[in-house]
Write a protein that binds this ligand. Structure first.
Ligand SMILES: *Cc1c(COP(=O)(O)O)cnc(C)c1O
Length: 389
């Protein structure tokens, strides 16, 4: 990290056509998300056409294929630096043999979602909101996927969302006022399918708020078509949480896609995962959150990496996250600061973690410190009786 170049990291550039130059891809094909889905880089030989792989990566690609498929859209593949084995994009998306290592604390369902499903495909953990898993496929597969037990279709378990039972449950559970569509990636569904799901949800009176969790704006910004934005804008209030981990993922094409969503009136948040060797320092996080604001995306959560099987090489100490939060608060725009959380192992939900700004407190006074380490005393209101004496 000796030579972090902030100006370079916050610049919006395009990597296209990158590895596909001279390969007879027309600009029309490149702009078409269907072309990207058909031409995803999946097999070892295709990856090796472009990248010199390390032994750890080659074994990873061969050994992890029955756990979580590997697939990368050409758009996202282009962000990988061929000559940098530590490339932060590469670490997120190219399997490594470490994925097959088992740490005794790791789990296949780290947030205990399966045991919180009143209906298969619907996770109801919190009093007023549910997580609705609407597909098991993504445009590309993140190697630290918390739902790898069901995502990508190659593992032992399969997502078996029971659509009618799920809608029945939502109709008959008036305390649910917030539905979060996730998966897999909901924006991989066709426009017509999304329209049907959103209309059905909107027909339920007590559902006030709908949001979609999607990495599509990052993996495949071409999917954010004017037609899609038009459909989404008919179901307001609708929010989208994107998933971006590194400033380099915010390319010129990604910014255009995010602008289309924002122009359709969709408030945008970002959920990022803290990953070793990807974004585990304050310089990168600062560039990331600034660049997100330029795209009209509010940093929402920064997640401590879940205890998913085979993730030890990507997990950071909790202290790293606290130091990053300390380095952001006060030092930059409040809007740019996400909440650092741990999704509790075993199913306790998201728990916020914050640096401690209280030096000490008793019933009369609280001694605080600010972002610069200066101390300030805040006295409690005095009892009225003692003032009247
Ligand atoms: C993250 C999550 C939600 C949404 O939580 P918010 O803090 O409202 O964003 C809802 N249900 C489940 C099961 C979740 O994991």
């Amino acid at each position: 990290m000796a030579s972090f170049d902030y100006d370079a990291e916050v610049r919006f550039s395009s990597a296209a056509p990158g590895y596909w130059s001279g390969r007879d891809v027309s600009p029309g094909q490149w702009a078409d998300y269907r072309w990207h889905l058909k031409n995803r880089v999946q097999r070892l030989d295709r990856i090796e056409e472009h990248l010199a792989l390390s032994e750890e990566e080659r074994s990873g690609i061969l050994l992890t294929g029955t756990k979580l498929a590997s697939a990368v859209t050409p758009h996202y593949f282009n962000l990988i630096e061929a000559d940098n084995p530590g490339c932060p994009i590469r670490r997120q998306i190219i399997p490594r043999v470490e994925e097959t290592f088992a740490d005794s604390h790791e789990m296949t369902d780290p947030c205990a979602e399966d045991s919180h499903m009143p209906v298969p495909g619907l996770v109801h953990r919190y009093p007023d909101r549910v997580l609705f898993l609407v597909t098991d496929r993504c445009a590309s597969y993140c190697r630290y996927c918390t739902r790898s037990r069901v995502v990508s279709g190659v593992g032992e378990q399969h997502l078996e969302t029971q659509w009618e039972a799920a809608f029945d449950y939502l109709e008959n559970t008036p305390e649910v006022r917030d539905v979060l569509l996730s998966g897999g990636d909901p924006l991989l569904l066709s426009d017509a399918r999304l329209e049907r799901i959103l209309s059905r949800l909107r027909s339920i009176e007590h559902i006030q708020f709908v949001r979609i969790g999607s990495r599509m704006p990052i993996f495949l910004p071409q999917r954010i078509t004017p037609e899609l934005c038009e459909i989404l804008s008919r179901h307001h209030p609708l929010f989208i949480s994107i998933h971006c981990n590194h400033p380099r993922e915010l390319t010129a094409e990604v910014r255009e896609g995010l602008e289309r969503l924002a122009d359709a009136g969709i408030p945008l948040g970002n959920q990022s995962v803290l990953l070793r060797g990807v974004n585990d320092c304050v310089e990168i996080q600062r560039a990331l959150v600034h660049k997100l604001l330029l795209c009209r995306v509010k940093p929402y959560y920064l997640y401590q990496c879940d205890l998913i099987k085979g993730s030890a090489h990507l997990r950071t100490p909790i202290q790293t996250g606290l130091e990053i939060m300390e380095g952001l608060r006060g030092h930059t725009t409040g809007y740019a600061i996400p909440q650092f959380v741990i999704d509790a192992p075993g199913g306790g939900g998201k728990i916020p973690l914050n640096p401690d700004y209280v030096v000490r407190s008793d019933e009369r006074n609280t001694l605080l410190r600010n972002y610069e380490g200066k101390e300030f005393l805040y006295p409690e209101a005095q009892e009225l009786g003692s003032l009247l004496m």
